[in-house]
Design a protein around this ligand. Structure first.
Ligand SMILES: [Zn+2]
Length: 346
């Protein structure tokens, strides 16, 4: 598998049958990366990786500084790497270039050095100048970072990814010498819980979590099989038949991003989020904030500028399910009926 997914050779996002919650969770994060990423849990063969990789077809283009290994934003949004900062201070103009936002994949074998990058201490001692070998977090800046089988990655590495995603900066320090560069990305992890779970302290730091299961509906299952067969027989031709549908989703996402800053969540909706969080015994305020943000992105995805109770009902399970403390012998602590009752009372 290449580290950067080729947007033309993957199964079309628009052709993925069913799995609505997973697709929505991914799109909401593309619309508002501040939602904090997605953790996708599901058994093998539920199109988890396909959905994430095929997002490359939906992701909008972005501006970057040409030649910068850290993909700095030309306007300085999210900060600048030392090279770009130095160029700006020296009065040089940064050349901007437009390109697609990519899906960068993190190989499971990646070490901390390969993820964060390495500082060449010997070079500093010899020349007095810093030399930094960029890692995955440099490539991830401005892109989407995908970790398949995130549950098999060492805890301290997952921690590093979550910290960086939250701060938007990669900071490397060795023997008193430090280096930092912007690293803002959408973090998407997927895992099969049968192969071991992820610690709750880590999973609850993902903004959203969705559980995908094999479709139970015969028609949808048949549609999945037919789609797969048609794609394998003629990937290009099959993708072409979905070109219009792909463009439609892309346009919806672009429009949603455009109108997001004007989307309002009124006081009642904000208190609804707080009441739901209290009802489900959430720690801290992260769940409330994420619920409101995700509801606003959901409204934008549907072309509306007012987030309402329905938006909240749609996103609440994705915000709550991985944060609810499970009682012993319980498979999932989330109860859809309890949420419904909670929203009805508001
Ligand atoms: Zn730069």
């Amino acid at each position: 598998m290449p580290p950067v997914a080729d947007r033309h050779m993957i199964f079309p996002f628009a052709a993925i049958a069913g799995q609505e919650q997973m697709k929505t969770a991914l799109l909401l994060n593309v619309i508002d990366p501040n939602i904090g990423g997605v953790l996708i849990k599901g058994e093998k063969g539920t199109a988890k990786s396909t959905a994430v990789r095929s997002l490359a077809q939906i992701l909008p283009d972005a501006e970057r500084v040409r030649g910068c290994p850290y993909n700095c934003d030309p306007g300085g949004r999210g900060g600048r790497c030392p090279d770009c900062a130095e160029a700006v201070t020296a009065g040089k103009e940064l050349i901007s270039e437009r390109g697609p936002v990519r899906v960068v994949e993190l190989p499971l074998s990646a070490t901390e050095d390969r993820i964060a990058g390495t500082l060449d201490i010997e070079h500093v001692l010899r020349s007095g100048k810093k030399r930094f070998e960029p890692g995955v977090l440099a490539r991830a800046n401005g892109n989407l970072l995908y970790v398949d089988e995130v549950n098999l990655l060492d805890d301290h590495l997952v921690d590093l990814l979550l910290d960086t995603a939250a701060m938007g900066v990669n900071y490397v320090e060795r023997e008193g010498i430090s280096f930092r560069h912007p690293s803002r990305f959408i973090l998407v992890g997927s895992m099969n819980p049968e192969e071991g779970d992820i610690r709750p302290q880590l999973s609850d730091r993902f903004g959203l979590c969705v559980e995908v299961r094999g479709e139970k509906d015969v028609t949808t299952r048949a549609e999945i099989v037919a789609g797969r067969l048609a794609f394998d027989a003629d990937p290009e031709g099959f993708s072409k038949t979905y070109a219009d549908e792909t463009k439609k989703i892309r346009d919806r996402v672009l429009n949603a991003r455009k109108i997001l800053s004007g989307v309002k969540a009124d006081k009642e909706l904000i208190s609804a989020a707080s009441r739901i969080s209290l009802y489900f015994k959430m720690d801290g305020h992260r769940a409330d904030i994420t619920m409101v943000r995700a509801a606003m992105a959901a409204a934008a995805l549907n072309g509306r500028t007012n987030a309402d109770k329905e938006d909240m009902a749609a996103v609440a399970p994705m915000v709550l399910s991985h944060r609810i403390k499970k009682r012993p012998f319980e498979e999932s602590g989330f109860d859809a009926e309890e949420l419904e009752a909670c929203l009805r009372d508001l």
